[in-house]
Design a protein around this ligand. Structure first.
Ligand code: GLV
Ligand code: MN
Ligand code: MN
Length: 416
């Protein structure tokens, strides 16, 4: 098998330009991106991506959950394609790099291989997974989870956003409900490039994170039902205030993660009073909890503590409380051979690197259950992500894309 010299590089300026060109779809005044999955801005970026893929000679296929696949033929079409990609949806106040880098770097890899006239043995397939973020529809990473067999397509199609619109309706609304059955397109491996979204690489001045694990995640939905009454006339001892009960619970969530630290984090990211009014004691609140740890046992212990805290607070404050786990993603161990391939690519090109655990959930974590998968991280400024201030350097994005390309070449093989 032919070897490609490790000095083959992607086009850094072209990659950087595409990241900024697509950032205009959903651009926010503060310099971030708001591109909720399956909304109008997601359609714009998808249309752009489809056109760019076709112009690059890729065959574009869309599956029943809107995931986009761009296939580049290999010499041996009996081999399963090597997948590479990420997602183009963002958080409501997201940045320009989360997901975007991995998807556009995949496109850049194909453009570079085309220009260099390199044919791979196995085909390669670039992927834009639907709804990685999970902020409009839960669970997060739903399309790749369905691909991995965690959910049926019908279950995912029936998930609704806060306005009652289902995934199926939203797909039809933007014209991205494809005909290909989910998971019909078999991949031989999957590699995802992503910004780290945390502070470690920057703090240690390392360019490449070789991701060998991903944290487990539990998402909860919760409600508290107290009793609405007059803010001026209800004496303090007689109140059944849902919001003050939630306030206690939020602190219990924080305390619990700290007690199980250092490898545990927890967040109440949404809290809504049902019918808010300045002079009404809140009678009903809904909230979410996000708990993460690399250890299954820690997640189970935190679950036990949170359920106990909910029972105790509800009894003492005479409110009713529900806390339901709506999504459980076990910790991920990435494929050792692929992790080594990423490390070898970084080493061969000459980038500094370290092994790292992913704190965020990623589509590659789902793929890891059904195909050998790996991830490559690059630093982001101050470790900030899920924020419009999210930033990364052109040099680091380029380095990540180069490692992605050489990892994919090693996995797909180069035709002589
Ligand atoms: C996805 O972005 C997550 O980790 O929540
Ligand atoms: Mn992401
Ligand atoms: Mn994200």
């Amino acid at each position: 098998m032919t070897k490609v010299a490790s000095n083959l590089q992607i086009d850094s300026v072209r990659l950087w330009d595409t990241i900024h060109e697509t950032a205009k779809f959903g651009a926010t005044p503060k310099g971030g991106v708001r591109r909720l999955t399956l909304g109008p801005e997601d359609k714009q970026v998808r249309d752009w991506f489809r056109k760019a893929c076709e112009a690059t000679g890729l065959e574009v296929h869309v599956d029943a959950l809107g995931t986009m696949f761009g296939l580049r033929k290999g010499r041996d079409m009996s081999k399963a394609p090597v997948g590479l990609g990420s997602h183009l949806d963002t958080q409501p106040t997201g940045g320009k790099f989360d997901g975007v880098l991995g998807t556009l770097a995949a496109l850049e890899v194909v453009r570079t291989l085309n220009e260099a006239g390199i044919e791979t043995e196995a085909p390669i397939c670039i992927v834009n997974w639907t709804n990685e973020e999970g902020s409009r529809f839960a669970p997060a990473t739903m399309a790749s989870a369905a691909y991995a067999g965690d959910y049926t397509t019908d279950y995912i199609l029936s998930r609704k956003d806060a306005a009652g619109v289902s995934v199926g309706e939203a797909l039809d609304g933007i014209g991205y409900r494809g005909t290909e059955p989910v998971a019909q397109r078999k991949l031989g491996a999957f590699v995802e490039l992503h910004i780290e979204q945390g502070p470690l690489l920057e703090a240690e001045n390392k360019t490449i994170g070789v991701v060998d694990r991903g944290q487990g995640i539990t998402w909860y939905d919760g409600t508290i039902t107290g009793f609405e009454s007059h803010a001026g006339t209800t004496p303090m001892p007689l109140r059944r205030d849902a919001l003050t009960a939630l306030s206690e619970f939020v602190l219990a969530v924080e305390r619990t993660a700290k007690a199980h630290g250092p490898n545990a984090v927890s967040t109440v990211g949404e809290a809504v009073i049902a019918a808010p009014s300045r002079n009404v004691i809140p009678g009903e609140v809904a909230f979410t909890v996000d708990v993460r740890s690399p250890d299954t046992e820690t997640l189970a212990a935190i679950d036990k503590d949170l359920q106990a805290a909910a029972v105790e607070i509800a009894a003492r404050r005479k409110v009713a409380m529900t806390l339901t786990a709506i999504w459980q993603k076990p910790p991920t161990i990435f494929n050792a051979t692929l992790v080594d391939a990423v490390e070898h690519a970084a080493e061969a090109i000459g980038y500094s690197h370290r092994r790292i655990t992913s704190g965020a959930g990623h589509d590659a974590c789902n793929l890891a259950n059904v195909v050998p998968a790996a991830m490559i991280f690059v630093p982001c400024k101050d470790g900030i992500s899920h924020n419009e201030l999210e930033d990364a350097t052109q040099a680091d994005c380029t380095a990540g894309a180069n490692v992605l390309m050489h990892t994919v070449l090693a996995l797909a093989g180069v035709a002589s």
